[in-house]
Design a protein around this ligand. Structure first.
Ligand SMILES: [Zn+2]
Length: 329
């Protein structure tokens, strides 16, 4: 086993350290950096990165990182874990999807691998990418529905066996694995291009930020991540698995008109639907129906808008076209 150095810190085998990956200085004299927690196990094994708050309005992953951190003992860990509780700090501080001060590279999850001499957030993506390429065996990007939607337990993975194995390692309750054929612009894309493996996991968002729901999302995410560690024999315990894994592709249903988004009362995530089933209506200020959203194929809703005010072109429904089941890898 050897020391693990990332950013401005080094973790000796069998230790836990906190530090940061420096990016640059901000006008007010504060550093822009990526906070990290490294738990370097005393015994050999893979290096797993967990990246939270790529989008600043998706703090479920931050809580998950805290819960995972509390469960890991570097003295018994096999391999190493790098937790990034908040990847995009300015976006987190503003509780917005991107850094509001960076209009040129606003959405961090679209600009990987970034650029050393690019726009501000491209530089952040670059600093993160370099460390990922150097050290990560596996990467888990945590997302949610953010300020506008709720997303149920859903994973996006490339279609190769190793990425599907990583997705299946999330365990019980994670039975929807959607295809991300050629990921672009995200941390899993950096992993893919480096011949490594990364997945995007989704859970939570606007209607699930009440105390009880928020803790539930954090716990479910943390339990999935710990199950990944069990699957790869990094910690003791018997991993769980979903009863079956459905796979398919995502359809993002965008608002055809502006108005008030009114989902059907029966609309529910991960309940089978048939092509043409009514999902939601958009009504005007007088209550007249302007548009209907219907299931584009047989499949299921996996995420739904939770902010009734809607403008043309905004996300309304995250729909999974189911194409079959996956075998265990
Ligand atoms: Zn996101």
């Amino acid at each position: 086993m050897s020391d693990l150095t990332i950013g401005n810190v080094t973790a000796a085998p069998g230790t836990r350290v906190r530090g940061a990956i420096p990016v640059t200085m901000l006008p007010g004299g504060r550093p822009l950096e990526i906070p990290i927690i490294i738990i370097n196990g005393a015994q050999p094994g893979p290096c797993v990165w967990v990246d939270a708050v790529i989008h600043g309005d998706e703090p479920e992953g931050t809580l998950a990182c805290h819960l995972v951190d509390a469960q890991l003992d570097p003295a018994t860990l096999r391999g190493s874990v790098v937790l990034v509780p908040v990847l995009n700090v300015p976006a987190f501080e503003a509780a917005q999807r991107g850094n509001p001060l960076d209009t040129f590279s606003y959405d961090l999850n679209r600009i990987y691998p970034g650029k050393a001499d690019g726009y501000l957030t491209e530089r952040l993506a670059h600093a993160h990418s370099v460390c990922l390429r150097e050290t990560a065996t596996y990467e888990i990007s945590i997302h949610s529905g953010g300020n506008h939607s709720y997303l149920s337990e859903t994973i996006f993975a490339t279609t190769d066996d190793k990425a599907i194995e990583l997705a299946q390692a999330m365990g019980k309750g994670w039975g929807l694995i959607l295809k991300s054929f050629l990921p672009k612009g995200s941390p899993p894309a950096v992993m893919f291009e480096a011949g490594k493996h990364g997945i995007t996991v989704e859970l939570g968002g606007r209607p699930a930020t009440s105390p009880r729901d928020f803790h539930r999302c954090g716990r479910v995410l943390a339990e999935g991540i710990l199950n990944v560690f069990r699957h790869y024999n990094m910690i003791d315990g018997t991993p769980t698995y979903a009863e079956k894994w459905l796979t398919g592709v995502q359809h993002a249903l965008l608002a055809p008109v502006s108005g008030m988004f009114l989902a059907e009362e029966s609309a529910e995530c991960q309940k089978p639907m048939q092509k043409g089933d009514l999902i939601a209506k958009i009504v005007d200020v007088y209550g007249d129906v302007l548009a209907e959203l219907r299931a584009p194929t047989d499949g299921m809703i996996f995420g739904l808008r939770a902010l009734p005010n809607v403008q043309t072109g905004e996300w309304c429904c995250f729909y999974a076209e189911i194409q079959g089941e996956l075998d265990k890898k």
